[in-house]
Design a protein around this ligand. Structure first.
Ligand SMILES: *Cc1c(COP(=O)(O)O)cnc(C)c1O
Length: 397
């Protein structure tokens, strides 16, 4: 046997030695990076429009950049492992006349995905059930399976969460429920009444994670602010992030707000120094930059109107969204009329890529006929719509 073959054999054997929970997993599929598409199609990276990961299109807050430049001089030091200053800033920001948030309610994460992972590690053992909705964020299933938990996926209603069915899906094996508000990739949202009625039905020994990654974008007056329910429900964890409206996706920083008892548990599984010093400094700086968040929202609101009007003009159905993204449908044409020009969501996606436009196919969310596009700047949105219109026109001719 050659050395190479011996090595291959060793690798195969090690793969089989991995925990069975890991053997069947597939890595999380992120949006295609700009440089990767540029290499694949021989395009100029600067000509590519990426609307695939719900990133903030206006660039980071200048205050965040200044804070990071200052922090660069302290690179030899470990970051503050307790994130004291960021926790203080969050408490100040989130405390209102009716809601008091203290540092002991806060857990900091390397992105809010980190918090989702901690909460599953704290509560889910092999065979325990975790309830979440069909078409919900892919990370829930991934972190649950890594722990050996069982995913109980509840069918969606009009693409949104069916909270009545989700409450009914809870059994004595259920440890955790994920509720996403608004949901990604559908953009659907739940009202204060929806969530209050749901929480009233959930047993107090089942933890509910309310993922509010897009909280800052929502304009609906009846939208649920999870923080208002914390005092009544010690089994509630709210997760939010600096990756979206705060424009710091690359730095990886998010947080959980919960009763101190749950925060204490999460801190036991949290890796030391999980949030780096650039992320801490930039998050504090952006948190106080109200103009930046207001501008991000304004760009999003304008872009949402432009995209939905354009889909109407193009005759493409879409799911009304309150986030910074929208999922639209490429209706399936009857396959029996086999026609060289027949297209579907996957073909549209491929053709957009060839034209330098990256959006997100969501077949892995059981939505094979939909594509999700993040709201970009007006120029990016126009580039996307022009490319889409061209593809549809070519297909119809
Ligand atoms: C983007 C997103 C997150 C946040 O991810 P980070 O790890 O904070 O970057 C969490 N939940 C949902 C539903 C999301 O779409």
């Amino acid at each position: 046997m050659t050395d190479q073959k011996v090595d291959d054999l060793k690798i195969q054997t090690l793969g089989e030695k991995a925990r069975v929970e890991i053997q069947g997993l597939r890595p999380y599929q992120p949006g295609k990076p700009i440089d990767e598409l540029a290499r694949e199609f021989g395009l100029n990276a600067s000509d590519i429009v990426k609307l695939a990961s719900n990133e903030n299109p206006i660039g980071p807050s200048t205050k965040a950049i200044a804070a990071m430049e200052k922090e660069a001089r302290e690179l030899t030091r470990y970051p503050d492992g307790n994130g004291f200053d960021l926790k203080q800033a969050l408490c100040q920001k989130l405390t209102t006349d009716t809601v008091v948030i203290k540092p002991e309610n806060v857990t900091l994460g390397n992105g809010s995905s980190d918090i989702l992972d901690f909460i599953v590690k704290c509560f889910v053992a092999r065979g325990d059930e975790v309830v979440f909705s069909q078409h919900a964020f892919a990370i829930y299933g991934l972190v649950t399976k890594i722990q050996g938990g069982e995913c109980k996926v509840v069918p969606a209603k009009n693409y949104g969460h069916d909270l009545i069915a989700m409450a009914a899906a809870i059994t004595n094996k259920t440890r955790l429920v994920f509720v996403t508000n608004p949901n990604n990739p559908t953009g659907t949202w739940l009202t204060q009444t929806d969530i209050e009625n749901f929480m009233a039905k959930v047993p107090s020994n089942v933890v509910v994670v309310l993922d509010e990654a897009y909280f800052e974008y929502v304009n609906e007056t009846d939208y649920c602010d999870g923080l208002t329910l914390l005092a009544a429900y010690p089994n509630l964890v709210i997760t939010r992030t600096f990756s979206k409206a705060y424009g710091l996706a690359a730095l990886r920083v998010g947080y959980g707000i919960s009763a101190p008892e749950i925060a204490d548990l999460m801190n036991r599984v949290r890796p030391p120094f999980n949030v780096n010093s650039f992320a801490l400094a930039a998050a504090i700086a952006t948190l106080s930059d109200d103009d930046y968040v207001a501008e991000s929202k304004a760009v999003n609101d304008t872009g949402m109107v432009y995209l939905t009007q354009s889909f109407d003009v193009l005759g493409l159905p879409y799911i009304p969204s309150v986030g910074n993204f929208i999922s639209f449908e490429i209706p399936v044409v009857d396959g029996s009329a086999v026609n060289a020009n027949v297209i579907n969501a996957s073909i549209v996606n491929e053709r957009l890529l060839a034209m330098g436009v990256i959006i997100r196919p969501i077949a892995n969310y059981e939505m094979p006929n939909h594509l999700r596009v993040s709201i970009g700047t007006q120029t990016e949105n126009e580039t996307f719509i022009a490319a889409l219109a061209k593809i549809l026109t070519a297909a119809n001719s």
